[in-house]
Design a protein around this ligand. Structure first.
Ligand code: FEO
Length: 344
């Protein structure tokens, strides 16, 4: 039995690794827990070698794999509660729809108390270490949060359902299809998934901005001063230096999200527009948004940012935070006063 494959260009490496354990042509079952091509890219190659293998997948998995690969493979479609005996072990299946695709499912092996949840509980870590405790909780937590913020965040309700579905399982190890296996921090990562799925944030702020001539940057640092006055931890992210996936990792547990852009050609800078498109799709809930920015004449960027944040259901306690050309100390103090009055 093989659980998932790899991206197509990693197929040969996967095959070499399988050969060290078993003749790949003798594989009877290939479980496809998820159709996305980072897990199914090697499936055509494997099916060419394991000619008698049956692909085990969810109902949407079968539809998705047929649409992706147009092959007449043998499928065994499973649903939550289904079980297949493979000799010494049983494979139990739990559908995890929309965590994070319609086809997603988990496989549980009771004899090993092992949960194979594919993307869920994953991290983008490639390391010599194999287990959470070898890599260190602090570091693996950061990567698990980044992964959740960028991939799973829109699907909190479905994550809650999935957590409920696996809550009765006796789990000694979680082996996601990305990153390290969880054996020492199983309760911790499940607890964090509950927190993130329910959009529980900390009293923390993230200021995201881009700047042309440092005026919007001056405003960003003035806003940061106010959060620090109030003992609210605050991270500042210049979009010229921070990737939006790192910004989202910071935002995952933040109550206040401040977004700044100068006005360029009657709108916001493209980096800020890209970030807002991204965060709108990832849809963090119950957050406070603050827009700000400098301008020369029109000043439309701030209201454009406000409109997007409002459409994304952010609460906006203060509006129209603009500074013309280069803000001086007095103007920055006025800005600070407006922020002081808007945050708790
Ligand atoms: Fe949704 Fe790891 O693919």
């Amino acid at each position: 039995m093989l659980v998932d494959t790899v991206k197509h260009y990693m197929f040969e490496e996967m095959l070499e690794r399988i050969k060290k354990i078993i003749d790949p042509s003798k594989i009877d079952y290939i479980i496809s827990n998820h159709t996305e091509m980072d897990h199914s890219g090697g499936l055509p190659g494997m099916m060419d070698i394991a000619k008698n293998a049956v692909i085990i997948c969810s109902p949407n998995g079968e539809k998705g794999l047929k649409k992706h690969f147009k092959k007449d493979w043998k499928f065994k479609v499973v649903n939550t509660g289904d079980s297949i005996n493979i000799g010494k072990r049983n494979l139990n299946f739990v559908l995890m729809q929309m965590v994070h695709w319609p086809d997603s499912m988990a496989t549980y092996i009771p004899e090993d108390k092992l949960l194979l949840p594919n993307d869920a509980f994953g991290q983008h870590i490639a390391s010599c270490e194999r287990f959470d405790d070898e890599y260190g909780w602090d570091r693996v937590r950061i990567e698990a949060a980044k992964y959740y913020a960028n991939i799973v965040l829109p699907f909190g309700a479905q994550v809650n359902k999935a957590l409920e579905a696996v809550s009765g399982l006796d789990i000694n190890m979680i082996a996601p299809s990305h990153g390290l296996m969880w054996r020492s921090h199983i309760k911790d990562i499940i607890g964090l998934y509950k927190k993130w799925a329910n959009n529980v944030y900390d009293k923390k702020a993230v200021i995201v901005y881009d700047t042309m001539w440092h005026s919007t940057e001056k405003m960003a640092y003035a806003i940061k001063d106010v959060f620090e006055e109030k003992d609210i931890p605050c991270e500042i992210k210049n979009l010229q230096a921070s990737h939006i996936s790192d910004v989202m990792a910071s935002i995952l547990e933040a109550k206040y999200i401040c977004v700044g852009s100068p006005t360029l050609n009657n709108g916001m800078l493209p980096t800020v527009a890209a970030f807002l498109t991204y965060i709108k799709g990832l849809a963090p809930k119950n957050r406070i948004g603050i827009a700000f920015g400098s301008y020369g004449w029109g000043g439309q960027a701030v209201s454009d940012i406000e409109n997007i944040l409002e459409a994304a259901k952010f609460e906006l306690p203060v509006r129209g935070l603009k500074a013309q050309w280069v803000p001086d100390a007095l103007e920055l103090e006025e800005l600070k006063n407006k922020i002081r009055g808007a945050i708790e």
